[in-house]
Design a protein. Structure first.
Length: 323
């Protein structure tokens, strides 16, 4: 992995893992749980945890199949999503049922292997997390024509409009399956730093004040009637409301995008990395063909919960922001 930066990059941004490898797992580690806890602490502190090679099973035949997929098969979709809990694939053209079935098998295997690996590597989370979507991202990121709030090349923190986390953190594991091209990111200081600088300007006081408003109380009252219909956003927590706004605000801010110091990281072919994408502001500058698996880590599972975005924001505004 190469690091370049508008200011010198340091080890405070990236943690390289050399004591966990596929297929053997932990290497020369006396207390596996304590070592797993150490890496939880690193991720929660806003660091990128990086493997030079995939730490879980990723068959070469699967990778070659994915690389052979045509971009036209995904027209109109940012990525192909796989929902492990429903064993459901979304976002791929179904012109060839056999191809679709093969793609689903690959995504199922990837998600399962990723989760098996993470159950060991980040063991403190394993019995508390929610396994979210996996994705295959076949499109070249550089030069994509997207609207402002959908642009991946602008630095942002993640927030899911349709899947509120209510304070849970968004853990994402990425693997660059490209044969020759790195995936290039920019990152900045982690959430606690930028929140103290920008959160008030982005509207935190307004969202905090609304946390105890009559309108919010009404939404919470009627929300249970909508949940059986799959509507989860009617009583979206003040935390989720703010994080959605902060995602957009950071992309809109010319001062942040143009002037805030950034670190450029190149993830080479075959690399895997994991990061809390609501803690580490990031932009994807270029890269094509990537696999990704998302997990939601609730506040009670975190080993340093005071560093989580919801606790940082609550300390700033003096209000509870969860449901």
């Amino acid at each position: 992995m190469q690091q370049t930066a508008e200011q010198p990059a340091t080890d405070s941004y990236v943690v390289r893992v050399d004591d966990y490898k596929h297929p053997q797992g932990w290497v020369d580690v006396a207390d596996k749980y304590e070592r797993a806890r150490h890496y939880c602490e690193q991720i929660e502190a806003g660091r990128v945890v990086y493997f030079e090679k995939s730490p879980f099973d990723l068959p070469e035949a699967d990778r070659q199949f994915l690389l052979a997929q045509r971009q036209s098969d995904f027209k109109g979709h940012k990525n192909v999503s796989y929902r492990p809990n429903q064993d459901m694939l979304r976002g791929a053209a179904a012109s060839d049922p056999a191809q679709g079935k093969r793609l689903q098998e690959i995504m199922r295997h990837f998600s399962h292997e990723n989760t098996r690996f993470l159950s060991e590597f980040l063991a403190p989370y394993a019995d508390k997390w929610k396994i979210d979507f996996a994705s295959f991202r076949p499109l070249q990121e550089q030069g994509r024509a997207l609207s402002l709030h959908k642009r991946n090349d602008l630095v942002h923190v993640d927030s899911f409009p349709s899947r509120p986390t209510n304070g849970g953190q968004i853990l994402r594991v990425f693997t660059n399956i490209n044969s020759s091209e790195p995936r290039v990111w920019n990152i900045t200081d982690p959430f606690p730093v930028i929140a103290r600088k920008y959160a008030d300007d982005a509207g935190l006081p307004r969202f905090a004040a609304a946390a105890s408003s009559p309108g919010r109380a009404l939404r919470r009252l009627v929300a249970p009637a909508f949940r059986p219909l799959g509507v989860r956003t009617i009583d979206r927590s003040p935390y989720d409301q703010f994080m959605l706004r902060f995602h957009d605000w950071l992309k809109e801010s010319r001062d942040y995008q143009d002037n805030y110091p950034k670190v450029r990281i190149e993830f080479p072919p075959g690399a895997t990395w994991m990061v809390f994408t609501d803690v580490v502001p990031h932009a994807v500058l270029s890269g094509q063909f990537m696999l990704e698996q998302t997990y939601i880590i609730p506040p009670g599972a975190q080993v340093t919960p005071d560093k989580s975005p919801i606790r940082v924001l609550e300390a700033m505004c003096g209000k509870a922001l969860s449901n």
